[in-house]
Design a protein around this ligand. Sequence first.
Ligand code: GDP
Ligand code: MG
Length: 506
Amino acid sequence: MVLADLGRKITSALRSLSNATVINEEVLNSMLKEICAALLEADVNIRLVKKLRENVRKVIDFDDMAGGINKRRMIQSAVFKELVKLIDPGVKAYQPVKGRPNIIMFVGLQGSGKTTTCTKLAYHYLKKNWKACLVCADTFRAGAYDQIKQNATKARIPFYGSYTEVDPVTIAQDGVDMFKKEGYEIIIVDTSGRHKQEESLFEEMLQVANAVQPDNIIFVMDATIGQACEAQAKAFKERVNVGSIIITKLDGHAKGGGALSAVAATQSPVIFVGTGEHIDDLEPFKTKPFISKLLGMGDIEGLIDKVNELNLDDNEELLEKIKHGQFTLRDMYEQFQNIMKMGPFSQLMNMIPGFSQDFMSKGTEQESMARLKRLMTIMDSMNDSELDSRDGAKLFSKQPGRIMRVARGSGVTEKEVKDLITQYTKFAAVVKKMGGIKGLFKAGDMAKNVNPTQMAKLNHQMAKMMDPRVLHQMGGMPGLQNIMKQLQQGAAGGLGNLMGGFGGKS
Ligand code: GDP
Ligand code: MG
């Protein structure tokens, strides 16, 4: 995918900030130049690229800024924000409602991928247990009905169409009426296209829309046409009430920038992207995760979903301790146990400060697990007072005899025991910090409970403890801040939930 190149180029430009010893006009300009060149190359509209540059520059006032870290962070997050703005029309997409008919009409030029995408979307809803069906109102293209019939039959999607009726309006009306009566929830109407934006196409489109009164009109846009997307999208938007956009053919060699940035011009959100010809090749689209992914920060929202999916009961006891800044060796042991039970999960492990550095980011998942197991073996040789001490690390440093005993008992070197204690100390320090921040674990919207200064402190603290490579992977400080923010807002219970997730009941 060509978009990946764009991501790599922007990331590399952003990295130049981290490598620069001083951040000044010159550094900023050369970084912006690189980013803009990459965007233009990806077919993003030149007007929008210019605006992005201006907006980033506007945010940065060199006379008014203190330290280097601050400047870097501000510039990086300004770039992130502007990239999001490029593809975010700031409008919410139509959300189908269960238990009633939702009529979705597809529009777009011939060959853009309407018919294929209709089937994909119906299938998407079918898989989620919606009653979904298809209506073929394309009488323009020979074989249009056969195409739907074939695709729908394969996917077991109910469909309606006609070999004899020539009026698309009649077919659309009849099909929608029939499926409405039968209690269908997602009724997708495929319409015909033309090779270009002709008056006859728009006429037909309007008539069909008037007949079926769609809840949502989806404009299907072919990513491979690049810059031309904007004019096309605008033309459709002007004639019919386009509610959302699906971009197709983002697999292959499409540059994608043209299609994506056309969105800002149409004020309609992209809801899915097509990434292949198969019925499964349809991906839900969300702006921020898309940009994060593009920049290699990882799909943070996806990660939070994953944690939520685990659906682990919160470990009340551990949460209570964390609230008070407590974290014992036994707590750590139990976390490890849970991780082992959950299986491959290194991605999440990487997000835990202090843990990644020494044993999680090296080697394979299996090796990581083996390392965890070894650490647990070491802890198996500790006694209760060591495991449950409020300050286990101190106990060991004050009485080195304990280290010797544990090493002997578990058949490892003393250094390995010491390393484990160091690891524990790092983690416990973060927990202490988190517990010390009042309001972090209060119920409800925690963003309101923690003031920005406290949050900044916590972010900084976490950054210090993290493996620089992992921090980089997360997008540096702005990435980390973003994650923290999303954790606070996204997962119910925020950070507490994440920690609690690891402490799920055995
Ligand atoms: P319509 O004329 O708008 O109904 O377009 P079709 O649905 O008939 O699609 C035109 C062509 O584009 C077909 O060959 C599809 O297989 C292909 N196509 C549609 N969506 C995608 C996609 O996301 N990726 C790829 N590679 N091909 C697609
Ligand atoms: Mg078609």
